[in-house]
Design a protein around this ligand. Structure first.
Ligand code: FAD
Length: 417
């Protein structure tokens, strides 16, 4: 059974990536998935799975331009669709791995996606990702005083950012404290760091997006946090203490950093919705199997009207969510038709997508738990794992509330939120 997919929009690269991810997932995730929770700190089983996908299957090179050895995804007319598909396919196996992979590509989007490709910085950092060695990145936005406000650029214009970047000759000197970035806790090799050049002043010119190699003096990371699920994603504190990087490591410069950083928001929403969709599909697969096998009144569970009605609702949620994810992805593919990926309109559409797909996904996981009874909460059946994981997708990037604010601002022209 296949949910809605517009085949004529499926590029050869998307199809290829879907195939390799399924091959990888069956071989390197499924046999270990039930042990991932216990592996949250050491990543003894998680890291080899990541390494296979990123290095051997080559995903860590995907976004970089072809002239630097990458697959050139950033220049593809199917950029959004491929990103969504990669997240959907990995999300079927493990949304923790999906976010860890997605966030490695994420900070690179600011400098490697057309029309904003910074060839000098690509030349500088792409070689790191071409090594035959697991190489990860992190996008460091959230700070102890709040994450949502930093993403809430249209309203606050970077006013609350406390991580500072001061120019000293030809170098930026960075000081600050970040919380929660995916792939912190010692995983990432490169950070994209949100800084301000003028703390407390609401002006996008002061918003600086600066690349910081993780091994520089003054960069310190904490131990990974222990959270409800998503063990494959390590999150932690990062401290920057008088960290010096060359001036050219700033992505674009005054005004443009804030402008192109917004692709982080639109693609972050797409990726979140894509991986939530993948999790829903796996829940559907598990339900299909268990509801055919388990019996109530001598009949397979799925042949009972009350159960069939819930199953129908679940299938309908997935059908609709998949259509919505790829509609938005296709809009991101074609800025010539739908406007820049960093426009307020595309951000509002992305926030709407994340809001509704995550809501649907949490509902699907909850209903699956209801239907399966003790099989639902049993860690041998994987549904409770998705149930714990998908709640986390709903919470990040400002949670439901920031999504609602951005949607209301655009669709109702609210000016004072
Ligand atoms: C698994 C995971 C991965 C993460 N990965 C990253 C990452 O890669 N990089 C990174 O920088 N951060 C990351 N985060 C952090 C995450 O993005 C933040 O936790 C999130 O944005 C919320 O920020 P906060 O926790 O500081 O809460 P706050 O921003 O303090 O928000 C608190 C509450 O207020 C609500 N709220 C926010 N804005 C408004 C508003 N305008 N009006 C009304 N209510 C509002 C929020 O929804 C929330 O309920 C990650 C978090 C998790 C759990």
């Amino acid at each position: 059974m296949e949910f809605a997919r517009i085949r004529e929009f499926e590029s050869p690269l998307e199809r290829y990536m879907a195939e390799i991810i399924r091959d990888w997932g069956e071989k390197y995730v499924i046999p270990h998935r039930r042990n991932f929770d216990e592996d949250w700190k050491e990543h003894r089983t998680i890291e080899p799975a990541l390494e296979k996908l990123m290095v051997d299957y080559g995903i860590q090179t995907a976004v970089w331009p072809e002239e630097f050895g990458g697959w050139g995804l950033g220049s593809s007319d199917y950029f959004g669709s491929i990103c969504a598909r990669v997240m959907e396919e990995i999300g079927r196996y493990d949304t923790g791995i999906a976010v860890s992979v997605g966030v490695t590509l994420w900070p690179i989007f600011v400098i490697a996606v057309k029309p904003h490709i910074n060839y000098d910085l690509c030349a500088e950092f792409a070689p790191l990702f071409m090594r035959k060695k697991l190489t990860m990145a992190a996008n460091a936005m959230t700070e102890p005083q709040g994450g949502s406000d930093i993403e809430n650029l249209d309203e606050l214009k970077g006013k609350t950012i406390r991580t500072t970047a001061k120019l000293d000759g030809d170098e930026w000197v960075i000081n600050g404290h970040k919380l929660w970035p995916t792939n912190s806790g010692g995983v990432a090799d490169l950070f994209g760091v949100v800084c301000t050049t003028n703390p407390g002043v609401p002006d996008e010119k002061n918003f600086a997006y600066i690349y910081v190699p993780a091994d520089l003096p003054g960069v310190k990371q904490g131990e990974p946090y222990r959270k409800a699920g998503m063990a494959a994603d390590k999150n932690s504190d990062i401290w920057f203490e008088n960290v010096r990087v060359p001036k050219r490591y700033r992505a674009w410069g005054e005004g443009l950093d804030a402008k192109y950083f917004r692709i982080i928001i639109s693609t972050g929403c797409l990726g979140s919705a894509g991986m939530a969709l993948g999790a829903m599909e796996n829940i559907y697969e598990i339900l299909f199997e268990k509801c055919s096998e388990l019996r109530y009144r001598g009949r397979p569970l799925k042949e009972n009207t009350a159960v069939a009605a819930v199953l129908a609702d679940i299938a309908a949620e997935i059908e609709i969510c998949r259509s919505a994810v790829y509609t938005y992805a296709r809009m991101l593919d074609r800025p010539d038709y739908y406007g820049d990926r960093f426009s307020a309109e595309m951000i509002a559409r992305g926030r709407a997508l994340k809001l509704k797909v995550c809501d649907a996904c949490c509902r699907v996981a909850e209903r699956a738990m209801d239907l399966l009874g003790h099989y639902g909460i049993d860690r041998n059946y994987d549904v409770e794992k998705h149930w714990r994981d998908v709640k986390i997708i709903q919470l990040w990037m400002g949670g439901r509330q920031l999504c609602q604010m951005d949607v209301a601002r655009y669709f109702y022209d609210c000016k004072q939120l």
